[in-house]
Design a protein around this ligand. Structure first.
Ligand code: SAH
Length: 300
């Protein structure tokens, strides 16, 4: 059994066996698949809002996030994309529909593979989007085959960030592009209270740990990438949690609905609902940031 690599002991939440983390991730995404879809929709990630502009709905902002990450990553029409940590395939369907991309999604959750395939069929994108049940740190996908390796809010769940980036490098064609959007910590210098807050978030989301955005530049270099760039999108993403508190409120008030979910899904339901105010607090306190980075596999 491998033990998690610890790049940043100060903010680490996960220090156990990788198999335990993977079990927690499977339980989380298999067990909460309906609740996620009901509360979040098909995109399991933050929204993107222009700061100061009139607010748009959360679903519009979530779809916008995919467009923004695609633009930031320079995803070209017809690209072959490996989507590491793909959820139920909403990104793949959007990239296939808008840009004609051919997308292979990787997830640890068998329920997500099933649901994703169903959605792809309904969207008429069979043949364009497919799913692989695998660990993103060691996928069965072929070497040097993808124009783009994409990770939208899955990197925070990875117990070994360097191994994750190296797997991305292996999958990319020479000159291919990595693009990652991930939860980040403000920096590595956190107070004990801030570290506790992050640990509670890790537990509730079955996340391994987050890193400061600046750490990813060094990790990308170490993995062998070039043309590394980073950007902080905290201001664009943070409104996700204002809206989400409102979304969760009716469920919290409706005790019989909650009890039914708890009976069916176990206590993960409580954690799921509890995690929303925690994330809002982490943004409000400036502990949590939203980071994106891109990097290229060298030609030789
Ligand atoms: N990118 C998707 C889903 C984000 S949720 C979206 O934006 O909608 C996080 C996803 O990462 C889940 O699908 C989970 O199964 C996946 N994941 C987490 N750790 C993983 C690992 N080690 N290997 C493969 N998938 C992983």
């Amino acid at each position: 059994m491998t033990t998690a690599r610890q790049e940043d002991p100060g903010a680490l939440g996960f220090a156990g066996e990788v198999s335990e983390l993977h079990d927690a991730i499977r339980r989380h995404y298999d067990g909460l698949i309906d609740l996620y879809e009901e509360l979040w929709g098909e995109h399991i990630h933050h929204g993107y809002w222009d700061p100061g502009a009139p607010p748009v709905s959360r679903h519009v902002a979530q779809a916008r996030m995919v467009d923004e990450v695609a633009a930031y990553g320079g995803v070209a029409r017809g690209s072959r994309v490996a989507d590491l940590g793909c959820g139920i395939g909403a990104t793949g369907i959007q990239l296939a529909g808008k840009l004609g991309c051919r997308v292979d999604g990787v997830t640890l959750s068998v329920a997500q593979v099933r649901r994703g395939r169903e959605k792809v069929r309904r969207a008429g994108e069979e043949g364009q989007v497919d799913f692989v049940l695998a660990d993103a740190l060691r996928t069965p996908l072929p070497d040097s085959s993808y124009d783009v390796v994409w990770s939208l809010e899955s990197c925070e769940l990875m117990p070994d960030k360097l191994a994750f980036l190296r797997e991305g490098l292996r999958l990319l064609k020479p000159g291919g592009q990595l693009v990652v959007a991930t939860w980040c910590s403000r920096d590595a210098d956190l107070t004990p209270q801030e570290t506790t807050l992050l640990r509670r978030i890790y537990r509730d989301f079955a996340a391994a740990y987050v890193l400061p955005l600046a750490s990813y530049r060094a990790l990308c270099e170490e993995a062998g990438f070039e043309a590394i760039e980073t950007a902080d999108w905290t201001a664009q993403a943070r409104a996700t949690w204002n809206l989400s508190v409102d979304i969760v409120k009716p469920f919290v008030r409706n005790a019989s609905y909650i009890w039914r979910l708890v009976r069916e899904k176990g206590t993960d339901t409580f954690r799921f609902l509890n995690s929303v105010p925690l994330m809002k607090k982490a943004y409000d306190q400036g502990v949590m940031h939203y980071g994106v980075f891109r990097a290229r596999r060298p030609l030789a």
